[in-house]
Design a protein around this ligand. Structure first.
Ligand code: M7G
Length: 310
């Protein structure tokens, strides 16, 4: 609609003034964002408001040009004090921190845009061994092979062959380590590798037993060596397995501890060291016996198979 290149500040301001709120689609306190559904005249519109991060550079520049005090003109609303600690909410002199918000408007918005931003229903479930066998296992077995075709392509060296960083070709206990799709391979501060096992029969954490310890220990050791070649030391690495994963073919995530994100959330990420310890020192069939809690979202395919009384 606005691809003519003439859409400017006045047009955007005009649309924002006419935006009539219908529904809060979602909120995220960690990214300090809110997704709003509204109308502008007869069409629907999605408005995203996001608080911007502070800029050290900007604060330094303001301080250099105007001199201290940094927050001299701020207006405090609530104020608490305890010993050497004070905290408050308030409005800061806009000149120091401006601009402080990012606005994204999709107008006119289609149903697809609206659904994409609508808050998902999420629930904790506790997957007992019985639930795994009755619900999750049949679900995994019903997954079409095409879902993990990209994995077979990597293992068969049909794609990304030149990106292989390490391979142990043993069909039972071997694996390939390569950069994850999410890593640009340039910045080691965001190092993200993935180890994919050759054995097609290990679909998830639930299939691991004591006989897989050589595989798990080998992945641990080789991941450390590969990461070291990028200058990332053993004690700066996070090795973990997702349960539930998106792809049911066993693989291990290898990242630097400088990376934070949703993939590392409690309830989904299981540290490889703990997995090894549970199998080696607690029980050979630990992952067949354990009740594993995780969060199911209404957009997850497993959601519709899960018993509704959970
Ligand atoms: P997961 O735990 O199954 O699910 O991890 P997640 O994607 O929800 O974390 C699969 C991992 O494989 C993710 O880290 C993906 O970024 C990565 N990945 C996915 N694909 C399709 C590819 C690919 O084609 N190549 C590479 N190198 N990595 C991929």
């Amino acid at each position: 609609m606005h691809s003519d290149g003439n859409f400017g500040e006045a047009e955007l301001k005009g649309l924002l003034k006419r935006f009539r709120l219908q529904e809060v689609l979602d909120e995220d306190t960690s990214t300090k964002s809110i997704w709003l559904l509204g109308t502008i005249e007869e069409n629907e519109a999605v408005l995203v408001l996001e608080r911007l991060a502070f800029s050290g550079e900007r604060i330094e520049a303001e301080t250099r040009s105007k001199g201290p005090p940094l927050l001299g003109a701020c207006d405090l609303h609530t104020m608490e004090h305890n010993d050497i600690y004070s905290w408050a909410t308030g409005m800061v002199d806009a000149a120091v921190l401006r601009p402080d918000i990012r606005i994204a408007l999709t107008y006119p918005a289609t149903q697809k845009h609206i659904d994409k931003h609508r808050r998902l229903e999420r629930r904790w479930v506790k997957e007992t061994p019985e639930l795994y066998n009755a619900v999750t296992k049949p679900f995994i077995e019903s997954q079409p092979a095409e879902r993990i075709q990209w994995i077979y392509n990597i293992l068969d060296k049909k794609v990304e062959a030149e990106r292989t960083l390490f391979e142990d070709p043993d069909p039972k206990f071997g694996f390939i380590i390569l950069p994850d799709l999410k890593w640009d391979t340039a910045n080691t501060d965001s190092l993200y590798l993935v180890a994919i096992c050759h054995n097609h029969r290990i679909r998830s954490l639930r299939d691991l037993t004591r006989k897989h310890l050589p595989l798990l220990n080998n992945i641990r050791n080789k991941a450390t060596q590969v990461a070291q070649s990028y200058g990332v030391a053993d004690d700066q690495l996070r090795l973990y397995v997702h349960y539930q994963p998106s792809y049911y073919h066993f693989h291990v995530h290898i990242t630097t501890i400088k990376l934070d994100g949703r993939g590392m959330l409690a309830g989904r990420a299981h540290l490889l060291d703990t997995v090894i310890d549970n199998i080696a020192n607690i029980a050979a069939d630990y992952y067949q016996m354990a009740t594993i809690p995780f969060v199911l979202g209404s957009s997850d395919q497993l959601w519709s198979s899960w018993p509704k009384h959970f």
